[in-house]
Structure formats: structure tokens, C-alpha cells
Design a protein around this ligand. Structure first.
Ligand SMILES: NC(=O)C1=CN([C@@H]2O[C@H](COP(=O)(O)OP(=O)(O)OC[C@H]3O[C@@H](n4cnc5c(N)ncnc54)[C@H](OP(=O)(O)O)[C@@H]3O)[C@@H](O)[C@H]2O)C=CC1
Length: 372
């Protein structure tokens, strides 16, 4: 049976409004039928349920773009090695998924829809298994990394430098998932805040969020010499192609991390595009990386760093909210644009940029990391 993206999308749109219930049913069914799989997942499943649905949403909506589906599923397959997922697990996952969509789309379900889901799942599982298999023997399923530096920049934000014990190749703009010894099987994504370095170190910008297990452990309770685990690099945000346009980066809070990596990579490439970095925080004290950015600016005259403060009327510099400041600052229609930060800020900034004529293909945004 060949893929039928339309039937999968139509039936999936019936399930989307009850995504939470469907994800809970899926895991309940998976663990009831395969109790041995439960130990591969964290004790608290809330984040996992959200992840399942966001991955599923992404797969379903990219079913008619084979390249982007293959690239996403390849990364997902490589990433799932760190959970210990093996080819034999895909059958069990497929059965639980099919039972879930059949139940939650019961009102519209037909044999054709069932066949379309089976074909789509088999194709997706095949891409994930193949990518995982190709990686086995070439790269570890996860990396152990030693914390070699830990700076508390604000009461809530730390810049953590780690050195994996084996080389971890990545592209500027990508992220890794992190597991700490305190919270086994709980993985949270953080962007790598530097371009690849000869000494193999990676920097992470971590804001401890209330109730965030991994972020709080990393920001407050981690010391030099501690070991953490890193999953394989993920994400498709990457530096612009050589010879391309001037660059705008709009960073909200710790959303700065991947944009700093991209700027470092552009500088290291020897190219000289003009780069504007609008770097926003609520107060001047929250601009936790400004001294470092100003050093980069003075070493690279084509970079202009513009701190923007949204919550302090007495701030003696650019004031306002990032989406509005971005819009009134300049016309960016000819730029390559990168936006990263809180999801609502990213959405609003992207909307305004498009309104002002920046084509969507030239706007690069990170996945949000709001689950930590
Ligand atoms: N650490 C990492 O590696 C990465 C983090 N991220 C994501 O970046 C985000 C950073 O969060 P955090 O450091 O807490 O940032 P903050 O919540 O401190 O916000 C930073 C700036 O963004 C503005 N902002 C927030 N919400 C909105 C909005 N709805 N509209 C317009 N402006 C807004 C804030 O202004 P105000 O609130 O005054 O409007 C402030 O100026 C998180 O969502 C995180 O998941 C993304 C990629 C990498």
C-alpha cells in the first residue's frame, strides 16, 4: 500500500483536539501490552506525552515532503538509540499507535484510513530504524561529558561548559538532550551555544525554570567535575550558505544560545556579512551574556549587538518588546533571519517579519525547548 498523506492528515485532525487523552491512552496501552518497555521511560510521563504528539504532528504534516520527513525521522531514529530502542520495539509501538488512532478517530475510521496509517507508520519506522542502524558502530548512542566550567550569571541562569569524553560532531545551531545523574531517564534539550571547537567543549545556557528537574539541577546543583550525559545533536537550524546575505538574529533570553553559535560560525568562516543581533531580556541584569557579546562585537566590526530591555522603563538603552523593536528598527526584507526565544515571542516576531516582506524561506527558527 502506498502512502496516502491526505487520509492520515484528515483522521489525525480529528485526534489533535484530544491529543492529551490520546497520548495517555497510547502509553497506557503500550505498557499494558509490553510491561518490559516501561523501564525505558522516565517515572513522570507528562513531557513524554507532549513529545509524542509534537513528533507525531510533525511527521503527519510532513508526509508529503519526503525530504524533510526523512531528515526529521533520521534524527529521531538516531536520538532514540539513547533510550535503548531496538528494531523489535517498533512493532509494539506501531500496534499501540494504531489502536490509539483507531479509537480516537472512530467516527471517521474506514479500512482505507487504517491502511493509510499502517503504510505511513511502516515508512516512518523504516526510516528511523535505518538511521539508527547506520549510526550504530559509528557513533555512541549517548556521550558522557564532564562539566569543566560552571558560571552562575544570574540567580537563575548558568552558562555550563562540558567536554564529552568522545568527539561529538555537530553543526552550529543544533541542540543536544541532556540527562543528569540525579534524574535518570529524564532528557531535556539545550542548544549548543558555540561553534564546534578544537577542544571538543560545548557550552549550554541554562535557565532554571520552576519545577524544571534538569534545568534546576544544571543551573544550581552542578559543579565542575560532575558528569552528565548528552544525546546526539539534533535540529536543522544552520548557518547561512556562503556568499549569502546580511544576517539578523533576534534572541529572547536564553534563546540566545543557538544564535551565538551561528554568529561564531559565521565569524570563523572568514566571511564578512553584516550581522545584527537584537538581544532581549526583561531587565539589564538579565542580559546574562552581554559582556561576552560585546567582546565579540569589538573583535568583529561587522557585528552589531543591540541589547533590548522590555521591563525596565529606566533602562538607558533600547527599550521595548523584541517583536516591535525588530519591526521598527530597520527593514530586514533582504536579510537572512534567525529568531529564537520564548515561543510567543518567536511567533510574533516571525509574523511581523513576514508582514514586512521577509520570505518564510529566509526565516530560521529553532524548535522551542519549553519543556525543561
Ligand atoms: N537555553 C537554550 O538552549 C534555549 C532556549 N530556548 C527557549 O528560549 C526561551 C528563553 O526563555 P527565557 O530565557 O526564560 O526568556 P524570558 O522569558 O526571560 O524572555 C526573554 C525576552 O523575550 C521577551 N518575551 C517573552 N515573551 C514574549 C512575548 N510573548 N512577546 C514578546 N516578547 C516576549 C521578554 O520580554 P517580556 O516578557 O517583557 O515581554 C524578554 O525580553 C525559552 O522558551 C527556551 O525554551 C530556545 C532555544 C535554546
Amino acid at each position: 500500500m502506498s502512502l496516502n498523506p491526505r487520509l492520515v492528515k484528515e483522521s489525525f485532525s480529528v485526534i489533535e483536539p484530544v491529543a492529551g487523552k490520546a497520548a495517555a491512552y497510547f502509553y497506557g496501552r503500550l505498557f499494558a501490552e509490553n510491561p518490559h518497555l516501561r523501564c525505558m521511560f522516565p517515572p513522570g510521563m507528562d513531557v513524554q506525552r507532549d513529545r509524542l504528539f509534537s513528533a507525531l504532528t510533525r511527521i503527519v504534516w510532513s508526509l508529503d515532503s519526503p525530504d524533510s520527513m526523512a531528515s526529521f525521522l533520521g534524527q529521531l531514529g538516531r536520538d532514540h538509540r539513547k533510550y535503548g530502542v531496538l528494531p523489535e520495539h517498533y512493532g509494539a509501538i506501531g500496534r499501540a499507535l494504531l489502536a490509539t488512532v483507531r479509537r480516537f478517530a472512530a467516527d471517521v475510521w474506514t479500512d482505507e484510513i487504517e491502511a493509510a496509517w499502517v503504510a505511513a507508520y511502516n515508512a516512518a519506522a523504516e526510516l528511523m530504524m535505518r538511521a539508527a542502524q547506520e549510526e550504530a558502530g559509528v557513533s555512541p548512542a549517548w556521550w558522557v561529558a564532564e562539566v569543566v566550567d560552571h558560571e552562575r550569571r544570574t540567580p537563575d541562569i548558568a552558562v555550563v561548559t562540558v567536554r564529552p569524553t568522545q568527539r561529538l560532531p555537530f553543526t552550529a545551531g543544533q541542540y543536544v538532550s541532556v540527562q543528569t545523574a540525579r534524574w535518570p531517564r529524564v532528557w531535556r534539550p539545550f542548544s549548543i551555544a558555540n561553534a564546534p571547537r578544537p577542544d571538543n567543549t560545548l557550552r549550554l545556557h541554562v535557565r532554571s525554570v520552576p519545577g524544571g528537574w534538569v534545568s534546576t539541577t544544571l543551573a544550581r546543583d552542578t559543579r565542575i567535575g560532575d558528569a552528565i550525559m548528552l544525546g546526539p545533536p539534533m535540529g536543522t537550524m544552520a548557518p547561512p550558505e556562503p556568499g549569502s546575505r546580511d544576517v539578523l538574529c533576534v534572541a529572547g533570553g536564553t534563546g540566545l544560545a543557538p544564535l551565538k553559535a551561528i554568529i561564531e560560525q559565521i565569524i570563523a568562516s572568514g566571511r564578512r556579512p553584516g550581522i545584527h543581533l537584537l538581544y532581549g531580556a526583561r531587565t539589564a541584569a538579565e542580559l546574562y551574556d552581554l559582556p561576552d557579546l560585546l567582546r565579540m562585537e569589538s573583535a568583529f566590526p561587522w557585528l552589531r549587538v543591540v541589547p533590548v530591555v522590555s521591563g525596565d522603563p529606566a533602562y538607558d538603552g533600547m527599550r521595548g518588546r523584541l517583536p516591535e523593536v525588530t519591526q521598527r528598527f530597520h527593514s530586514w526584507a533582504e536579510h537572512e533571519v534567525y529568531v529564537c526565544g520564548p515561543a510567543a515571542m518567536v511567533g510574533e516576531t516571525v509574523r511581523r517579519l513576514q508582514e514586512d516582506g521577509v520570505p518564510p524561506a529566509r526565516i530560521h527558527r529553532d524548535v522551542t525547548h519549553d519543556e525543561r
